[in-house]
Ligand binder design. Structure first.
Ligand code: DOR
Length: 446
């Protein structure tokens, strides 16, 4: 990516991105514009800014043939710090984010120990300030130790900097506790991110229940386990007017449930809290029939489902039932994935392939470029209440992604992530980030 160096450099911090196609769904912009950044904020977005006398000679970034979008936001990643540094750290995970075009990520709290206390949150934020290439935000646990017994102190965790709550990796099995969590989410105007899985139904399963699990001799995870829990949480969100965000939707029935929830909220008695949901690239790209043998790099939770499930997720992304794309980046050391399909941990990396898969599998097919960018920037910003992000309006944080929609590349190690458990290795993709800009600084350039 061609850049001209800053003459005077920061702190004046001006940068002109010129010649690109600006796609800013939050403001309905899709067309040729130049973007001027000053002091870490968007200063102007207009055609032909580069030709203006006063702006000629500024440090610049040529974006001809590229898309210039609000910085992409991934609201579901696992950075494994503290406790899982063999798999990932804030430094390596945020480098993977930058390489994938993400300027902001939300780290889940299922670390060791889980992020369930204000001092742990404060420590994580200090670590991120010291080591992260991109904005790293943190979700705090819903229950102490993620044990599902007692709620954490939401108010103090928010004060310590948490931006959402989740027991991700596990459901909040007790409906009474989940109800109280959603009540708080309403009064505090924050999202509870739900890992929807009924433990009794999921049991000891390791892949989607059905023909393929039978053929491989593996225990199945039924779709009903996800959908039943999602329906429970939708009912609780309605009752409490809470803010429910359903993580990694994988099953047709769950898409239908969220569709119903949104229609319900829009109908008589409406204004019933906010129900949103996300889908992960592996769930709209692959099916259970795509798992080669017993390759544990294809094992994640929820698991790859059937073709009907996969296409229902794509329909949901296209028609607005699914609000956001989130990678569920879940790194694990190769040695643990080598334990085989039954014993290996659930999870696949995704930060470096999410955008490429979206551009290859969705853009120009089921989704317009603008809808795609909305799913990866404006929508996650809305769900997390990130007022200064998700759009290129003047005054917003100068977080941007420059995308080459035509770049053809093959997914292969080395990854910027410390782990390489990707089911997409070897896949040829079209489109990737060619520059990632955080608060006006280029943190990654291809
Ligand atoms: O596949 C998954 N991996 N699903 C989860 O819910 C948790 C995650 C992890 O932390 O590895």
């Amino acid at each position: 990516m061609k850049t001209t160096p800053r003459r005077d450099g920061p702190p004046s911090g001006a940068l002109l991105i010129h010649g690109g196609r600006v796609i800013d769904p939050a403001r309905g912009v899709d067309g040729p514009r130049d973007v001027l950044i000053r002091d870490g904020r968007i200063a102007a977005v207009e055609p032909d800014l580069g030709k203006r006398a006063g702006l000629r000679g500024l440090p610049s970034l040529e974006a001809k043939g590229k898309w210039v979008t609000p910085g992409l936001i991934d609201l579901h990643v696992h950075l494994r710090e503290p406790g899982g540094e063999r798999a990932e750290t804030i430094a390596t995970g945020s480098a993977a984010a930058a390489r994938g075009g993400f300027t902001t990520v939300l780290a889940m709290p299922n670390t060791q120990p889980p992020a369930d206390q204000p001092r742990l949150l404060a420590d994580l934020r200090r670590r991120a300030r010291a080591a992260a290439k991109v904005n790293v935000l943190f979700a705090a646990a819903v229950t102490v130790g993620q044990r599902g017994e007692r709620l954490t102190d939401f108010e103090r965790l928010l004060e310590a900097g948490a931006v959402a709550f989740s027991d991700d990796g596990r459901p909040v099995a007790d409906a009474g506790l989940m109800r109280r969590a959603l009540e708080r989410s309403r009064s505090l105007d924050v999202a509870v991110i739900a890992h929807c899985e009924d433990p009794g139904l999921a049991g000891p399963g390791v892949m989607n229940e059905g023909r393929w699990a039978d053929l491989k001799g593996l225990r199945g995870i039924p779709r009903a386990g996800e959908t039943a829990m999602a329906m429970r949480d939708i009912i609780l969100a309605r009752a409490t007017r809470g803010n429910l965000h359903i993580a990694h939707v994988s099953a047709l029935g769950t898409v239908a449930a969220v569709r119903q929830a949104k229609a319900w909220a829009a109908g008589p008695g409406g204004a019933a809290g906010r129900v949103t949901c996300e889908a992960a690239p592996h769930h709209w790209t692959l099916c259970d029939s795509d798992i080669p043998g017993l390759d544990a790099d294809f094992k994640m939770n929820p698991p790859l489902r059937s073709e009907d499930d996969r296409s229902s997720v794509i329909s949901g992304l296209a028609d607005g039932v699914i609000d956001a794309i989130a990678s569920d980046h879940a790194p694990h050391p190769a040695a643990r994935k080598a334990l085989g399909f039954r014993a290996a941990p659930f999870g696949v990396i995704g930060l470096e392939t999410s955008l490429g898969l979206a551009l290859t599998r969705l853009a120009g097919r089921a989704l317009s470029p603008s809808r795609l960018i909305e799913l990866m920037s404006a929508a996650p910003a809305r769900i997390l209440r990130l007022e200064s992000k998700g759009s290129l309006a003047v005054g917003k944080d100068a977080d941007l992604t420059v995308i080459d929609p035509a770049a053809s590349w093959t997914v292969r190690p080395p990854f910027a992530s410390r782990s390489s458990n990707s089911p997409f290795t070897g896949m040829r993709l079209t489109g990737r980030a060619c520059a990632t800009i955080v608060k006006g600084e280029v943190v990654y350039a291809l």
